[in-house]
Design a protein around this ligand. Structure first.
Ligand SMILES: C[S@@+](CC[C@H](N)C(=O)[O-])C[C@H]1O[C@@H](n2cnc3c(N)ncnc32)[C@H](O)[C@@H]1O
Length: 281
């Protein structure tokens, strides 16, 4: 028996049974992935134990599937949700050629990478406040762009002001009181800063929207995800920031995205300097 064939040592059915006992709804699919990932029977046992203890499957495997590819996701880093592919699709549809993309609150960096790859040769800047997310995003982004650590726009290079065509911001948007209601996989294993959006869930969105017009290129767009319940408030927030909002809903993905687009007019020119007065003779 090869040490690389743990499935021969532990029948798939036995893994399925263990996962099912632990409450995994997709036990068959998960068991197949764990068998594929394990390089030895010992490692398989460890992976099954971690999953049965409630660690998200993506953290057990070390990757998450998003937009047709696998992204590295470390423990303690937000797992990109499949529904957020809808946001990326909408961004790809409105991006100009050679777009400059910024991915705020980037987590693993999956959104920015997926969009930059779909657009081909886009300029990509991503940032997050969590060091673990930044480390993970740096691996995923590779030489496709730059990843910065810090609060929202603060770490971005000043030269990016007024140049961002697409600003992705899948900010935390769970209202504080609802965090306790999330499934344990999120509540226990994802960092609170990735989930908790304040009283109504929109505190981080407000801060992003307020600053976005300074960073967007003329005609550039900010895209945020929200719950259905938050949709009207999110529209108000983007409008108050001077952006033209519209709502995109996908029943297929169970996702709501609010897009705020900056005006096409070039920013008002700085006031002309008064003509130099001739010095009296
Ligand atoms: C909902 S997760 C989304 C992650 C990623 N965009 C995705 O969709 O997979 C929100 C992310 O925002 C980051 N975050 C929260 N507050 C932040 C802030 N003030 N500045 C930068 N990042 C922040 C968290 O660390 C977390 O990675």
């Amino acid at each position: 028996m090869s040490v690389h064939s743990p499935s021969l040592a532990t029948p798939l059915a036995s893994t399925v049974a263990s996962l099912r006992r632990a409450g995994c709804v997709f036990a068959e699919d998960e068991a197949a992935l764990l068998h594929e990932a394990a390089r030895s029977p010992k490692e398989l046992a460890l992976l099954v134990e971690r999953r049965a203890a409630g660690l998200p499957l993506e953290h057990v495997l070390g990757w998450a599937e998003f937009y047709g590819r696998r992204f590295s996701v470390d423990t303690g880093v937000f797992v990109p949700r499949r529904r957020t592919e809808f946001l990326v699709r909408q961004a790809a549809a409105l991006a100009p050629a050679r777009a400059v993309v910024a991915d705020l609150c980037c987590g693993s960096g999956a959104l920015g990478v997926a969009l930059a790859t779909a657009l081909d040769a886009a300029e990509l800047h991503a940032c997050d406040v969590e060091p673990a997310a930044v480390r993970c995003a740096r691996r995923n982004v590779g030489d496709l762009g730059q990843v910065y650590e810090g609060d929202l726009f603060a770490p971005l290079p000043a030269a990016l002001r007024g140049r961002v065509d697409v600003l992705l911001a899948n900010v935390p948007y769970v209202p504080t009181d609802d965090v306790e209601l999330l499934p344990a996989e999120a509540r226990v294993h994802e960092p609170r800063v990735a989930l908790d959006g304040g009283g109504d869930g929109l505190d981080v969105m407000r801060r992003v929207a307020a600053a976005a017009p300074h960073w967007l290129a003329p005609g550039g767009s900010l895209l945020v995800e929200a719950s259905e319940r938050q949709c009207d408030s999110a529209v108000g927030i983007l409008r108050a920031a001077g952006l033209s909002p519209r709502v995109l809903v996908s029943e297929e993905w169970y996702a709501t995205v609010v897009v705020g687009t900056a005006g096409r007019a070039a920013p008002a020119p700085a006031p002309a300097r008064p003509a130099a007065t001739a010095a009296p003779d």
